[in-house]
Write a protein that binds this ligand. Structure first.
Ligand SMILES: Cc1cc2nc3c(=O)[nH]c(=O)nc-3n(C[C@H](O)[C@H](O)[C@H](O)COP(=O)(O)OP(=O)(O)OC[C@H]3O[C@@H](n4cnc5c(N)ncnc54)[C@H](O)[C@@H]3O)c2cc1C
Length: 488
């Protein structure tokens, strides 16, 4: 349990934690452990290792533990409390999502952000709260992890994945080193999924002193008085532009390729339990249609983030302003469809890519991972978008599939529980709204696989089980009487 200091807020938090404990007891959670333990040449074997202890990794780990799969551990390269984007490169003031979302609460009311918030600051403060400040969301995730006592190890980076017989070996660096064996591996590695930052070609070869990706660590104080360009019209472009302006940038220009700002948040608009549970069951052509349409209409930046930029007189918005080339001189000369422009610094809010080839930890898997380009996509589904073609073609429990059957069988036990799963599974492993549904789907699949993998042991347990429920003194056998009666 967290927060033992005796203030009214922490006393209420303690009361919430007590209610949560009672709810878990009422629901018989965590379920009793049921997976037979395994070793490999005397080395211990984990049932599941989760890589990443951001929101998805925490939800997955919690669901595993609650399901009685307790031989599990989550590793995160970041320090405790710094996982994910929230207090590192997320530069918005608040979440975009409405405050009422139950996010990773896994159906437990006392585990929601709202319960955590009102326990400490009360209902009035809840009513007054507009959107959740991003740092407070991180505080909530830290509490979530602590109150459930989740087995998370920080400052540990997974660097390599290899098959060892029917197991998966992962190599670790940092606070824990060496090799860990596991039966299942969950990659809860975040927005960049299996790839990294999407960097436009025109920035290749330009000195990093002149530009950054929006998710890089950026020294905004050094931009004081400087001419800054920000590429993109999404949430991150606004958040980075606003941060630069607030840090005293001389001017900030938003260079936006589109002729008009996207204004309607389409997928959020049709959000429902139907979308959450139905999308992944749809025929592939329908999945493609939804994702393609959303990609073409694009998600607008939040109104508050846009106003946070436009309220500065030294912010300018240039639409229909595609970048043709960038030349590095004593400053940056940017050749755009609207003419040439000069800047001291450029921030590329160009998002993330899911090409698995760039990350060393996935190098052994990358050539074997089947993507939508490997036959799942057919031209009649709609236009061929590279980012969608590169999406992994996943099975029902987020497991990878092999490009060539038999070439890398461990892929069927490696689960892609991150943003890259969206085309196959819908938005259940990247954003806040449906992460509990995603964790549930993931853990049902792992549960079935672990059970099937140990079926002989479970059957042997069935045979060996000999605790009588009836003692033998509850009835008498009337057959002899019947025989006597028949004999008369
Ligand atoms: C700036 C920003 C704002 C967002 N705002 C919202 C919002 O308002 N509402 C919403 O619904 N969604 C939002 N999202 C989307 C989504 O909710 C977040 O990206 C969220 O962090 C996803 O959680 P995650 O667990 O998948 O990834 P992350 O939180 O990014 O966690 C992934 C973790 O994996 C670790 N990791 C990666 N590779 C390794 C490795 N090899 N070894 C060990 N650890 C590793 C990382 O250190 C990281 O902590 C936002 C995303 C961003 C980027």
């Amino acid at each position: 349990m967290t927060n033992t200091a005796s203030t009214p807020a922490t006393r209420s938090l303690a009361a919430l934690e007590a209610r949560l404990k009672q709810d878990l007891e009422l629901l018989e959670l965590p379920a009793k452990p049921w997976v037979p333990s395994r070793t490999h040449h005397d080395a211990p074997v984990r049932d599941v290792v989760v890589i990443g202890a951001g929101m998805c990794g925490l939800a997955a780990t919690a669901k595993l533990v609650l399901t009685g799969i307790d031989n599990v551990v989550a590793y995160d390269a970041a320090s405790a409390g710094l996982e994910g984007p929230w207090v590192t490169f997320a530069r918005m003031e608040t979440l975009r999502s409405p405050k009422s979302l139950h996010g990773p609460a896994l159906g437990l009311p006392q585990l929601t952000f709202r319960a955590w918030f009102t326990a400490q600051w009360g209902n009035e403060a809840w009513q007054a709260l507009d959107k959740i400040p991003k740092n407070q969301w991180m505080d909530y995730l830290v509490w979530y992890r602590n109150v459930l006592n989740l087995p998370v190890r920080n400052n540990v980076r997974m660097t390599r994945i290899e098959a060892v017989d029917d197991l998966i070996a992962i190599d670790l660096e940092g606070a824990e080193t060496g090799r860990v064996l596991t039966r299942h591996l969950v990659l809860a590695t975040g927005r960049s999924g299996l790839g990294g930052f999407a960097i436009p070609d025109f920035l290749q070869g330009i000195d990093r002193a002149y530009w950054a990706h929006s998710a890089d660590e950026i020294d905004f104080a050094a931009l004081k008085g400087k001419r800054v360009a920000v590429i993109g019209a999404g949430a991150s472009s606004m958040d980075n532009a606003a941060t630069a302006l607030e840090a005293g940038a001389g001017s900030v220009d938003m260079l936006i390729r589109r002729k008009a700002m996207p204004r309607i948040n389409k997928m959020t608009g049709i959000g429902s339990q139907g979308v959450v549970h139905g999308m992944h069951q749809l025929p592939d052509a329908w999945k493609w249609k939804f994702v393609d349409y959303t990609a073409s209409t694009q998600t607008p930046p939040p109104r508050s983030s846009t106003l946070r930029v436009s309220r500065h007189p030294n912010a300018r918005f240039f639409l229909d302003c595609g970048i043709k080339a960038v030349t590095q001189e004593e400053d940056l000369l940017i050749h755009t469809t609207q003419g040439d422009m000069r800047y001291d610094y450029l921030i590329a809010a160009t998002g993330f890519t899911n090409t698995f080839t760039g990350r060393p930890e996935f190098a052994s898997l990358a050539p074997h991972i089947r993507s939508w380009a490997d036959g799942r996509y057919t031209p009649e589904m709609g236009p061929a978008r590279t980012a969608m073609l590169e999406a992994p073609d996943l099975g029902p429990a987020f497991e990878f599939r092999e490009r060539t059957p038999g070439a890398c069988p461990m892929l069927s036990r490696i689960h892609c529980f991150n943003d890259a799963a969206m085309l196959t599974h819908g938005k259940v492993s990247g954003d806040i709204p449906a992460v509990s549904a995603g964790a549930d789907r993931l853990v049902r699949g792992i549960t079935a696989s672990l059970f099937a993998g140990d079926v002989a042991t479970h059957f042997a347990s069935l045979i060996a089980y000999d605790v009588p429920e009836l003692q033998g003194d509850e009835w008498t056998d009337s057959t002899p009487l019947l025989k006597q009666e028949n004999a008369l």
